[in-house]
Design a binder for this molecule. Sequence first.
Ligand code: ATP
Ligand code: MG
Length: 392
Amino acid sequence: MNEIILLKLGEVVLKGLNRRSFEDRLNANIRRRLQHYGSFRVYSKQSTIYVEPQSGDCDLEGAYGACRQVFGIVAATRARACPKDKDAVFHCARSYLDQALRSARTFKVETKRADKHFPMNSMEISQYVGGLLHDAYPHLKVDVHKPELCVHVEIREKAAYVHGPSQPGAGGLPIGMGGTAVSLLSGGIDSPVSSYMIAKRGVQLELVHFFSPPYTSPQALEKVEKLARELTPWCGRMKLHIVPFTEIQEAIRRDCPEDHFTLIMRRFMMRLAEAVARRTGAKALVTGESLGQVASQTMDALAVSDQVCTLPVLRPVIGMDKTEIIAISRRIGTFDTSVLPYEDCCTVFTPRHPKTHPHLDEVLAYEQALDTEGLMERAMAGIERRTISMES
Ligand code: ATP
Ligand code: MG
């Protein structure tokens, strides 16, 4: 009989009356994610999702890795199915977990019996299978409290399943359950992490990137696209809105005091991101700002940039140190791309002494010199949209 994948639902199980829609969404997300790995049947029963290969050429290893990146799954394991018979279960455990049984020093068998018609209860099955395994691997000692290896047996409706320890899944909530947000994606380390963190809470992302040719190069744009693609195993397919930003930056440089360049530029970014949010039905903005990291990320500066928005601005890394952000970025696989040395529009025209404690009335007065509406209109009209998927 086939090997299958078992997935454990996380917070989805706490959702009470909404549980059905959460599960449906999660199963749909898993099905979409598994398209590249062959044909699978995906269905849920009793807080477990079953992923069953439908043909011999399915890439189970690939599918297993992919499932562990789907938000809403807290744990995953591969399991072998066998007939619902006590001796079949023993033989299955022996052949399937042979290596683990050889290398462990202590073990126990834990049985869950969903099929209450099965003639033995859970304890009896565990004792029977455990006894035979003990005979077959005499070096093993039983430890019911902290065994090195727990052999899991599940007696379900159609078959019995045997598996070893499970591995952690991505956690979080299924993408799509939390609405849509616009995430400002630069080429740096922080914004891929902040995007990942909000997507993890079930949010579909629209990505916005500001670029300023010729001050920023085509390679810088490629890098951002690559980062977006590296996020898709977690965040799913996304739209990347590429906003031309050169005219705005040149106008600011020409007409505003140097120490306010970055701040005023950031206010344009927030205005434009909010305009994209309105177009796409997104309900929040996401940035990778961390308190005090740079001049534009002091509380005063953040207040001045937020003043142009009405939507909530989510800043999931606001209280994190750079080292903590880097650890996540390594884990999710964006770090190596983030550190490629291409310039971002934030790094062109940077003031020598940026204002760290700006006053809103001063900023508003400086912006009087700019044709904000015209600049916004032209930037919005110049947006290029690319669909980012794992294959793109
Ligand atoms: P990151 O490491 O993500 O680049 P950072 O520490 O360099 O962040 P800033 O450059 O000040 O910080 O940018 C703060 C946030 O503003 C970024 O995390 C990102 O959300 C947004 N941002 C900055 N530059 C761009 C850009 N060119 N396009 C889109 N968003 C941007
Ligand atoms: Mg940056």
